[in-house]
Design a protein around this ligand. Structure first.
Ligand SMILES: *Cc1c(COP(=O)(O)O)cnc(C)c1O
Length: 465
């Protein structure tokens, strides 16, 4: 399959090159030149496939003949063998109208593992095939870094350096990243906030000489392969539910930050999955809620919330949605992104706003409402929600359709965000794999919020061998 840039100046690029590329050179994001469409017969055949088999079918539509089917199958099987659930992403029924899709059974207890376990194996496969070293550099507010490190630790031909804001990630997130003892992992704890980390990474990537000298690769959700891996569980959950109840109308409510997860849902729908509604759940950083309600995309003041992985103002995948919104017109996307750069906002026409509102419903959850949701579901349904999932449930409660079936995506295990759970007065027992982290030695370098100091650390780490 061929991939193109949302801004139109990159075309005819294959799956593997798209995977390695990250951002397109024209500043746009890579997307398939044409999305495959799955007809109802095929969907029917997919009903009895395992999670891994379904992943293979979906990926083959995009990899074409670039990766032999047997090798792709092996990559997929290896990636999901690390999950604690045999079905990878189990569905839990709360009520007839509400199911929870648990995406947190991977090694780091958040949904990022679903994509990043696969990406780690794919990096390693490509590194061997091309006989090239792959150096990954990224910044994290917690979950991505842990999942990315877990995806590549100990793998030949790959090194990874992750910047996180010192003492501004949850304790469990910090331990997940820093108790990894492999030599191919470097954790830099930056005396600053997440935006500082992100800015330094951006500057280092913009330094083309530095970037090419160390063959730097990005790990954030602008990578199309991450988006693709996440489409699988929408198909999987849908197919399980219609097998039980063929007449069900099925919606999804998605806790949203960088717009990656919900973009996967949107693409699944465009590929033919008969999704009833998509609910976009945000926290008090509600730029996307305002976009859906008012048609204005404009960052606001940053707020710290109980769901830090959704504390994002500018959603990096948003441009991909814009592309489909304007009818796959890359010139219009370029013009809108230029407007955003110059005026700090994008304003939609009434016609486009109506289209957005037929694609999504949106709801921004307040901090106290998030905690109330955790408390009431623990008491009434005996189910402990993590604060991100609680936003998804609150959004469903606020704007969902109670006569249909809604699946809320559980994006993290509550143990990862115990600081918030304790605010509700709930004492939880940690899973053994998390409890164990507290006894392990930590490996991290504390660094100043200073690009030169960080570049020097990277030169030492990436420059060896
Ligand atoms: C990353 C993350 C999100 C946000 O997902 P996006 O794809 O960035 O929209 C939500 N919840 C948790 C727990 C996460 O780690």
């Amino acid at each position: 399959m061929n991939f193109i840039s949302t801004r139109g100046n990159a075309a005819g690029i294959g799956f593997v090159d798209t995977f390695l590329m990250g951002l397109a050179e024209d500043g746009g994001l890579m997307i398939p030149a044409e999305l495959p469409v799955i007809d109802q017969d095929k969907m029917k055949q997919w009903e009895r496939l395992s999670y891994q088999e379904l992943t293979l079918e979906i990926f083959q539509l995009f990899t074409g003949d670039e990766i032999p089917r047997e090798e792709l199958k092996q990559l997929i099987d290896e990636s999901y063998a690390t999950f604690r659930s045999p079905v990878v992403t189990p569905l839990r029924k709360i009520r007839d109208d509400l199911h929870i899709l648990e995406l947190f059974h991977g090694p780091t207890f958040a949904f990022k593992d679903v994509a990043l376990q696969f990406l780690g194996n794919l990096y390693s496969y490509v590194s061997q095939r091309q006989n090239k070293i792959i150096n990954i550099l990224g910044a994290t507010s917690g979950d991505t870094g842990a999942a990315a490190i877990e995806g590549v630790r100990g793998k030949d031909g790959i090194r990874i350096c992750i910047l996180h804001p010192h003492e501004k990630v949850s304790k469990v997130q910090e331990l997940q990243m820093t108790t990894v003892g492999n030599e191919n992992v470097l954790n830099l704890a930056v005396k600053g906030n997440f935006d500082d980390c992100q800015r330094i990474i951006k500057e280092l990537f913009a330094d083309l000489e530095f970037k090419s000298r160390y063959h730097l690769r990005a790990i954030n959700s602008i990578n199309f392969v991450r988006i693709l891996a996440q489409t699988v569980y929408y198909f999987y959950a849908y197919l399980q539910l219609v097998r039980q109840n063929p007449a069900a109308q099925i919606s999804f409510s998605v806790p949203t930050g960088n717009f990656g997860n919900i973009l996967s849902a949107f693409l699944a729908k465009r590929m033919g999955l008969p999704v009833h509604r998509l609910i976009l759940a945000t926290n008090e950083n509600n730029i996307l809620e305002r976009f859906v309600r008012e048609g204005v995309y404009m960052p606001d003041e940053f707020r710290s919330t109980h769901s830090p992985s959704m504390d994002i103002q500018v959603a990096s995948n948003f441009e991909r949605y814009l592309y489909y919104l304007v009818g796959e017109d890359s010139q219009q996307v370029s013009a809108m992104m230029k407007q955003f750069q110059e005026d700090g906002k994008v304003v939609l026409s009434a016609g486009l706003l109506a289209k957005v509102q037929s694609d999504f419903q949106a709801y921004g959850v307040k901090n106290d409402e998030c905690l109330r949701m955790i408390e009431s579901y623990s008491r009434e349904a005996d189910y402990l929600l993590d604060p991100h999932t609680a936003c998804g449930v609150a959004a469903y409660e606020s704007c969902g359709d109670k006569n249909t079936v809604t699946v809320v995506l559980a994006t993290a295990h509550p143990a990862k965000f115990d600081e918030s759970i304790r605010l509700v007065g709930i004492a939880q027992e940690f899973p053994a794999d998390i409890q164990r982290l507290f006894d392990k030695p930590q490996h991290q370098q504390l660094v100043d919020n200073d690009k030169a100091e960080i570049a020097a650390q990277l030169e030492r780490f990436f420059g060896t061998r």
